[in-house]
Design a binder for this molecule. Structure first.
Ligand SMILES: [Zn+2]
Length: 510
């Protein structure tokens, strides 16, 4: 029997609570008089800090985040020399012939905005193939060794950029990028180590669960990593797993839906991409981009193709989550999901990001009971939003308050590695919005709700209020949250993270 006693915490703004947990569930919540701690109980002194139901990130890519952590960080480099120095350090750490990946360069920050070419990096890495992704993730620089290893010389598509004399420059874009990354060797051991390193960071940030999106390039190794970590009992947080449609045959053949069906780790559904991103102007819009009037973005599927895919996946009983950022893509996703709503599959389908959602689309989502997963930190990061969309349309960008008020069950997330995994920062962004469209700012209670109760609901987990009998998943903060100023909310720290009654992080424990 494992017991945990949390002393002197605040619940819903009421101080002086004691919470006793036994074997993963809350046994007793009391106020005022302190229960005599059972001799074997672990004790956490909250000193008045607020206790909340466990925070959940409902859309993240932990395997990518882990990969990034061991890649060369090129963010903030202001010229090619700085980029070369960092890549050289990465090459020195790598074994001969191993791939060296990097990310975060931005030629806009280089003098004259010159795009780097393979000639800029060939001499520093003659034997190791390099794949250096631009900050947007939609473009990468390869060196000559990488081009040789992948056999790209004969490629004719314009996604493989060529110089004036017809030679490959080393710059590859969009779909060519997935071709390249599907060939960078992956191992399940590496993937397992990546997931564990991200898990400890997530626990430190107060997350008790993640909705984990697997990649079309690496799902085999990622599923193998998850399965082996589950078998060895090495995972501390809860995971709701979403696989790409490409993985469905593999999942069936390996019987993974039955093997990964526990309270800890469970395959929930399938993630489908409908469009791209606003930053790269590939998000699909009903009207052209304000700063590129010839471009309305890119839909990955025709309406019929998406509808058919949705129908097929829905018939298999999966939860469907569709990446849709532009209003045209949200419309397409809502239409396709609407076709199957109210059918035999009880799963609650979602639109991921749901960035540009004017009222008619919100109404459509409400009508079909379609859920949404949003990333509040996008609001403060997308500083170019008005350029892309214009003053008028930007009012329907991330309309979180309207979505909640109109009845769309909306949960919070980071899309890590795109944004920090910190749910505290996410809540802060949902409440403050960096000052933009303040009428769409959430209250603190709403901001907490999108990372707790709505997050559980959007992952098909029962609501677990802080009362006897509920599962003991908590995030304990180092201060009272009720009444704290939204702008200062980001300063609040995490005192402890508890999953199923086990302390997976506590302040001072490293
Ligand atoms: Zn994502």
């Amino acid at each position: 029997m494992t017991r945990l006693l949390i002393r002197d915490c605040s619940i819903s703004g009421v101080a002086g609570h004691f919470v006793l947990c036994t074997d993963g569930r809350i046994e007793r919540v009391s106020q005022g008089e302190m229960p005599v701690p059972p001799g074997d109980a672990e004790i956490i002194e909250a000193n008045g800090g607020a206790l909340h139901a466990g925070f959940i990130d409902t859309h993240c890519h932990p395997f990518e985040s882990g990969w990034l952590k061991r890649s060369v960080d090129l963010r903030g480099t202001s010229n090619v020399t700085a980029m070369r120095l960092r890549v050289m350090a990465g090459v020195r750490r790598a074994a001969p012939g191993d791939w060296v990946t990097g990310m975060g360069w931005d030629q806009e920050a280089f003098p004259g905005g010159r795009m780097p070419t393979r000639a800029d990096v060939d001499d520093i890495s003659p034997a190791n193939p390099l794949a250096l992704t631009r900050v947007c993730g939609h473009m990468a620089l390869l060196n000559t060794r990488a081009i040789e290893v992948l056999g790209l010389e004969g490629r004719t598509s314009n996604e493989y950029e060529r110089g004036s004399s017809g030679e490959l420059t080393g710059i590859v874009k969009e779909r060519a990028l997935s071709e390249v990354f599907s060939k960078v060797p992956r191992t399940s051991e590496r993937a397992a180590a990546d997931l564990q390193s991200v898990e400890s960071e997530a626990a430190r940030l107060g997350l008790t669960a993640m909705h984990c999106i697997l990649s079309p390039e690496g799902y085999r190794e990622e599923l193998e990593a998850i399965t082996s970590l589950v078998t060895s009992g090495s995972l501390s947080l809860r995971y709701r797993v979403y696989v790409p449609p490409e993985a469905l045959d593999h999942v069936r053949e390996q019987g993974l839906r039955d093997r990964l069906a526990g309270e800890g780790v469970r395959i929930n559904g399938v993630k489908i991409y409908a469009d791209g991103s606003l930053g790269a102007r590939t998000a699909a819009l009903r009207e052209p981009y304000s700063d590129d009037p010839t471009n309305s973005g890119i839909l990955r599927y025709t309406d019929e193709e998406l509808a058919q895919l949705v129908e097929r996946v829905d018939a298999d009983g999966y939860q469907i989550i569709i990446h849709a950022i532009g209003d045209r893509a949200v419309e397409q996703a809502a239409e396709a999901l609407g076709q199957v709503s109210g059918g035999g599959n009880p799963m609650r389908h979602r639109v991921e990001h749901a960035s540009l959602v004017p009222r008619d689309l919100r109404n459509k989502m409400v009508r079909h009971r379609i859920r949404a997963t949003v990333q509040p930190l996008f609001i403060t990061s997308d500083t170019w939003a008005v350029d892309r969309l214009g003053e008028e349309r930007v009012r329907d960008l991330y309309p979180l308050k309207s979505m909640l008020a109109e009845g769309i069950v909306t949960s919070g997330s980071s899309d890590s590695p795109v944004e920090s995994m910190s749910p505290i920062l996410g809540m802060w962004a949902a409440m403050t919005r960096g000052g933009s469209t303040p009428e769409e700012a959430l209250t603190m209670e709403e901001a907490l709700g999108i990372y707790t109760s709505a997050a559980r609901s959007n992952g098909h987990d029962p609501e677990e209020p802080l009362m006897a009998g509920s599962v003991a998943d908590f995030t304990l903060l180092d201060a009272e949250t009720k009444g704290s100023h939204p702008a200062l909310f980001r300063k609040i720290g995490v005192l402890a993270t508890v999953v199923g009654g086990s302390v997976v992080h506590s302040y001072g424990a490293g």
